[in-house]
Design a protein around this ligand. Structure first.
Ligand SMILES: Nc1ncnc2c1ncn2[C@@H]1O[C@H](COP(=O)(O)OP(=O)(O)OP(=O)(O)O)[C@@H](O)[C@H]1O
Length: 258
């Protein structure tokens, strides 16, 4: 499988201090690639740099071409979308207006295309269809995550980057969200999934990277990572030692934290 997206020796700094330190990573077409790591490992920083929100050194390659010099909007038009950890919804607008904003850059395409995109998102997230007139600010945490993903999908991305989609959500909702992520892979969307919930991420991904202190410390097929003693001890809660993200099995949080 050829890579749709690659980072090569990516460095990202805040005030001269590197938070991401030489990360190389590859996301094949039609695959789910997960990046796991504790708080502060550099996961969000890496995604924000990949999207062009933060400046970075190193190579960022999409569909065989370097995109380093492109703006966020140009990357979006190439087919890259990021669902940020904070979801970044318009709380005082209804669900459907939030979704429509995900397509505003395509406004010249006309109503039929916009409706078709909306229908596709509603088919994927029937809950959003039921709540299409509800204000985004009144949605539950899980519904907000669905709306943030739905809005990103309105742009028909080829690469969907998800920053901690399970954050603050109850296990049942996490399962639903992750089931949808798997169905997106079946529809041909490539996924880069950043998660502290290592167990859930490795269960649905094809390949995984472990990020520690801004560096890739381990990588491999997700099934192999699940069997790896260091991953099990630090991120899956087995063995003598647990990492500082001990709440990684998604069963301790409620659904109202977002
Ligand atoms: N705006 C900022 N200014 C300065 N330092 C920052 C900023 N954002 C993040 N950092 C630092 O960069 C490092 C990486 O943070 P980042 O948010 O990328 O980690 P993360 O792996 O996504 O963690 P989390 O899961 O907690 O979001 C941390 O040490 C953090 O304190």
């Amino acid at each position: 499988m050829s890579a749709l997206f690659q980072l090569e020796k990516l460095f990202v700094a805040y005030h001269g201090v590197d938070a991401v330190r030489g990360v190389s990573l590859s996301a094949p077409r039609g695959a789910i690639v997960s990046v796991i790591g504790a708080n502060g490992a550099g996961k969000s920083t890496m995604l924000n740099a990949a999207m062009g929100i933060l400046p970075a050194r190193g190579q960022i390659i999409f569909d065989g071409a370097p995109i380093h010099g492109l703006s966020v909007e140009e990357r979006f038009f190439k087919g890259i979308a990021l669902v940020a950890e904070k979801r970044e919804l318009f709380a005082s607008l209804p669900v459907e207006d939030n979704l429509a904003l995900g397509r505003f850059r395509f406004r010249r395409e006309g109503r039929a295309a916009a409706h078709a995109a909306l229908d596709e998102v509603y088919d994927l997230f029937p809950r959003l269809r039921e709540r299409r007139r509800q204000l985004a600010g009144t949605l539950s945490g899980g519904e907000r995550q669905m709306l943030a993903m739905g809005r990103a999908l309105m742009g028909k991305p080829r690469l969907l980057m998800l920053d901690e989609p399970s954050l603050g959500l109850a296990p049942l909702i996490v399962r639903e969200i992750f089931r949808i992520v798997v169905s997106l892979r079946e529809r041909g969307v490539s996924i880069l999934l950043v998660e502290q919930n290592a167990r859930a991420a490795l269960q649905i991904s094809d390949y995984g990277y472990v990020l520690e202190n801004g560096r890739v410390s381990l990588e491999g097929p997700s099934a192999a990572l699940q069997e790896d003693a260091r991953v099990a001890a630090t991120y899956l809660g087995f063995g003598a030692h647990r990492g500082d993200d001990g709440d990684d099995d998604a069963d301790g949080d409620d659904d109202a934290a977002t």
